[in-house]
Structures are given as C-alpha cells and as structure tokens.
Unconditional design. Structure first.
Length: 501
C-alpha cells in the first residue's frame, strides 16, 4: 500500500472455535436452533475446518475410528443433522461497501442463517459458496452464523453389508467416493465445514479468480529470452452505475530476487461482472522445472483496484510459474509399452496405451509417479500432514502424483507444496469405478468449473482427467465426461484433458 491509500477491503477469518450439536432430522427447525438467542443443549466444541466425526473424537466422545472396527460405531452420525454455531464481530473501522460470506467447502448439504435470517441452501463438496450479507452486517455488533448440515440420505447404508446397492448413494451426489468405504479406507462419510470460512469485505469492486498464462520465447540455444504474460480476470462491481477505477498489478519473484514488473489499467466498471484482459512480459524469466530437472522458480502476481480517491477497494494475489508443457507422440508406443511392463487390466489397455511423452521447457522427461490418496479419513488436512508424505515423494526422486478420482478436490496447501517441490499433478475429477445415471450433472459441472478456476495457476498441475472409470464411453458416463472436456477447454486451454485414467 502506498502513502495516502485507504483500505476498503478486509478478509475476516471465521475459522477456529465453533460449537456443534447433533439432532434428529427436522428437530433443529422445531427448536428454532437458527435463532441468535438459541443455546445448544448438548454442545460439542469444534475447530473449523473440521468434520463432525473428527470433532467428536477430539472431544473424547467417540473412540478412535481407525482402531479395529470403531468406524462402524460412527454410522449414527450420518443419520442425524448437525448444527454449527459461530459468533463473530466485524471491527468498527471496517468501512466496506459489500460483505460476502465465503464457504470454501461444506459437506454435503447445508442451510445457512445469519442473525436469524435464512441465507439459503448449499449443496456439493467441491464448490465455493459466496453469500451476499451486506444488509445484515453491522460493524461493531455481534453476529451469529448458524449452519444445519447433513449427509446424503441413506449414506450410512452405502457400504459393504449395507441395505442398499453399493455405490447407489455416493453416485447420486458430488461427493468424495472413498468416504463410502474403499479397500483401503473405512466408511466415514464426512459432515461438516471441511474447508475455510471467511467474511470478505470489499469497497464495491472485487477481483475474482485471476488466470495467468505464459508463452516463452526461445533463442537458437533453447534458452528462454522472454515470457509473454496474459492475465484474465473478472471484476465484479456492486455499484449501481458505471464507476471509474484503476487496476494496479505487480509481478515479483517468490523464491528469488528480481526487479518488480508493474503495470496499470484504467477501467470503467458496469454493475455486475466485468471481464478484463491484461498483458505484460518477463525478460529472461526464471523457469519452473519438475523435481530432478532443475529449480522450481515461482512468481507472485499482486492485483489491486483503486477508486478515484485512491482508496483500495480490493486486493488479491496468486502464484504462478513460467513453464512450457507439451505432450509428444511416441515414435514406437509398443516398444514403450513393453519397456514399461504395462499391465493387462482391461481398463488400462482401453485405447492405445503409452502413446505420449511429457515434454517440459522443450525437454522430454521420464515420468516417475505414484498414486495420491486423501491423507486422512477424518479430513485433518494440515500442512504438517501433507509435508510428511510429499517430502517422501520428493526424496524418492518421483516427479508426478496422480490425484485419484475417488478422493477429494485437493487443497490449496497440497498444490502449493507441489509447486515448491516440483511434483507434477495429474488431477482427476470425482468419478470412480461406477456409473452415474442419477448424478446431478449441473452441480457436478459447476463444481468442476470452480475447481479449474481455483487451481489453474499452479505450475505443478499438468493434466485434467475425467476420473477413474472402467469405461468412460458407457452411455451413463459419456455425457458427463464430454461436458468435462468442454469446460476444461473453455476455462483452462493450456492443459490437456484425458477422458479417463
């Protein structure tokens, strides 16, 4: 911030201590648990982000779900609705023009109230939800945020020995398939706020999901001389008429020192969404390389919007890497298949196996990879836990992990660590080992588009994949995978898309 600038934005963290209470279905509505004066009868402390099962274990109310068959003793949790309560105060000095509640991840269905006023219904594990609460927030006063959360109906029966056909429940929602039991994971269907919650205060204009694309210019010695940088973003205006603003940008090195690149653009915003395209260049860029091929240099993009009084209406930042990724056709894919000792499993040999080689920064390289599964069925996704496993991936001299389609939309922490370690990610959408005839396709695609916008600046992400399906061309699956391919091309044309793994 430069002298004379006043801040009209703040991101207020609503993570940390919450209170939860379990009730029978519809009981909370009868008790008016959404009322700001309501006092839980059986309160349980919870530290958001968390799921109910982890909070109960942390409070000593259930036994360790990982020990013997204790996970079976937790099935009752999925048959209740769970109410989450949070009190917070917005500082009086916060003088924004728009207030938004942002839920980065809930599971699976939720109703939301603020100060006793209904904010609507949320659904889906992998979708950010933004709720306008401008008319409900008064700085300096206590606010009460309440969520009613529940799993998909009959989720506790979708498991070996359950009363429904395996996969019937999980295939009817946008969920993490492994949570309904897998051969390596217990049945623990998460209920809760599994990603961060915050209050976003802006001065009437907000920056949404900047998208950074780079194109490298090479000299005759295959050295990178220049990188064109294109930045696409959406600026959302809540002003009632047209508004003049100035967009300021800066690019600098994250892990190295280089002269900052600064640029600006004067804009006239219309109410609602405004699409903006910016261009600049980096001379003699520091390239991002995978593990074992070179350093993993990162750049940080910073963007600010100022009004005519030089007040900062919003600010955001995003990291990116300068690298060129291509896939080259193998000259003899049968030889490659033989050398790699390809398996004979049906779903592995559909299509012509191993016809391509990854090439980064004009250098072919051998992919040494492994499968990546969610690290905890209780959804305790701390940076320490991620580092425990990713350090081993790095030290084993691997350079790629496949983020399996039966898992979750991995967190920002996971991808940030992969960026810093040079670990490439083959990222799959949440389809695994079944057909999806009753999947809410519109919701699934909204989740997919949101994930693409969240992750597309990470240099470690090299490929989108439709998921782990036996046959993505089955009638029940083809429509959904075709749509996935379309939205990947639209929102991230820089990366290849593979129909199934």
């Amino acid at each position: 911030r430069k002298p004379g600038m006043a801040l009209r934005y703040v991101y207020l963290d609503l993570d940390g201590p919450w209170t939860i209470e379990g009730m029978e279905f519809e009981e909370g509505l009868a008790r008016r648990a959404y009322d700001p004066t309501y006092q839980p009868r059986n309160p349980v402390p919870a530290k958001v982000p968390c799921i109910v099962q982890a909070a109960l274990f942390e409070a000593g109310l259930v036994e360790d779900p990982y020990f013997e068959m204790n996970a079976e003793k937790l099935l009752w949790v999925e048959d209740k609705e769970w109410w989450f309560f949070k009190e917070f105060t917005v500082p009086e000095e916060v003088a924004g023009r728009k207030y938004e509640l942002v839920f980065e991840g809930i599971t699976y269905r939720a109703n939301v109230w603020l100060n006793g006023i209904s904010l609507g219904h949320l659904e889906g594990m992998f979708l950010r939800h933004r709720l306008d609460v401008t008319r409900l927030i008064v700085p300096g006063q206590k606010n009460v945020l309440v969520l009613r959360l529940r799993a998909l109906e009959h989720s506790s029966e979708d498991r070996p020995g359950g009363k429904v056909k395996r996969g019937m429940v999980r295939s009817s929602g946008v969920v993490a398939p492994f949570t309904y039991w897998w051969n390596w994971a217990p049945h623990i269907v998460p209920i809760g706020i599994w990603k961060s919650v915050w209050l976003r205060v802006t001065g009437g204009a907000s920056i949404q999901d900047p998208f950074v694309r780079t194109k490298i210019e090479w000299d005759e010695c295959e050295e990178a001389t220049r990188a064109e940088v294109k930045i696409g973003l959406e600026v959302e205006s809540s002003f009632t008429g047209q508004e003049r603003v100035r967009l300021l940008g800066r690019i600098r090195g994250v892990d190295f020192t280089c002269p900052a690149i600064e640029f600006k653009r004067d804009l006239i915003l219309s109410p609602g969404s405004n699409q903006v395209e910016l261009e600049t260049a980096i001379e003699r860029p520091k390239l991002w390389w995978p593990n074992g091929l070179g350093p993993h240099h990162l750049y940080r993009l910073e963007l600010m919007i100022l009004d005519e009084e030089r007040d900062v209406l919003d600010r955001t930042e995003s990291e990116f890497g300068v690298r060129e990724l291509t896939m080259l056709k193998n000259r003899d894919d049968l030889w490659v298949q033989e050398v790699h000792r390809h398996s004979n499993r049906l779903w592995s040999i559909i299509g012509n196996p191993y016809p391509w080689t990854f090439c980064i920064n004009r250098q072919r390289f051998f992919v040494r990879g492994t499968n990546w599964l969610p690290t905890d069925s209780l959804f305790r996704f701390s940076e320490e836990r991620y580092k425990l496993f990713l350090d081993q991936v790095e030290e084993a001299n691997l350079n790629m992990v496949r983020v399996w389609g039966g898992g979750i939309q991995e967190t920002e922490t996971f991808y940030r660590l992969c960026d810093r370690k040079g670990i490439l990610t083959w990222t799959e959408f949440w389809l695994a080992c079944t057909s999806y005839p009753v999947m809410p396709y519109d919701l699934f695609i909204r989740c997919a588009v949101d994930m693409i916008k969240c992750l597309r600046n990470h240099p470690s992400l090299v490929l989108w994949c439709g998921g782990n399906e036996y046959n993505p061309d089955e009638p029940e699956n083809k429509e959904l995978v075709d749509k996935l391919a379309e939205v990947c091309r639209e929102h991230d044309p820089t990366r290849p898309f593979r129909r199934g793994s």
